[in-house]
Unconditional design. Structure first.
Ligand code: MG
Length: 159
């Protein structure tokens, strides 16, 4: 059985994952409207992935005897100026999510809940990939410049 304190920390993370999903959905809408089908496709997948994280955490919480909550999700930003700006935002946001995930591991350690620490280590490791992937796309976009955007767009359509 999970402690109430840890249940609250996991529910906060579930809310954060839904918020991330909405942020990426909003980015996908922007990219689609701008005619970047490949970037939009990548971003729709990213939004789906964040929703899956939220559900995975909820399933875990329920399995441990806790109660998963769908809280109110704050409005997400919109209106970016360029594709590069969007992906720089993705990178910044993933760095922020890494900090949030680390906080959950810290909370689990404080409660001496080893199963929850173990469960969230998976996300600590995954955040390394998320940050690296976003940084890699930012780098590619910078190298590609305006004229190479179509090429990167086609690459990201492959996701
Ligand atoms: Mg996530």
């Amino acid at each position: 059985m999970i402690t109430k304190k840890l249940e609250a920390a996991i529910n906060d993370q579930i809310t954060a994952e839904f918020w991330s999903s909405n942020l990426y959905l909003q980015m996908a809408f922007y990219l689609e409207k701008e005619g970047w089908d490949g970037f939009a496709h990548w971003m729709y997948k990213q939004a789906e992935e964040e929703r899956e994280h939220a559900l995975d955490m909820a399933h875990y919480l329920i399995k441990r005897g806790g109660e998963a909550k769908v809280a109110m999700i704050d409005v997400v930003p919109s209106g970016w100026g360029s594709v590069l700006e969007v992906f720089e935002h993705v990178y910044q946001h993933e760095c922020h999510v890494s900090e949030l995930v680390n906080t959950v591991v810290d909370s689990a350690a404080a409660e001496n809940d080893k199963a929850t620490q173990d469960f969230f280590w998976k996300y600590v490791r995954e955040q390394v990939e998320e940050e690296a992937t976003a940084a890699g796309i930012v780098d590619r976009l910078k190298k590609a410049g305006e004229n190479g955007l179509f090429y990167v767009d086609a690459q990201l359509a492959q996701r």
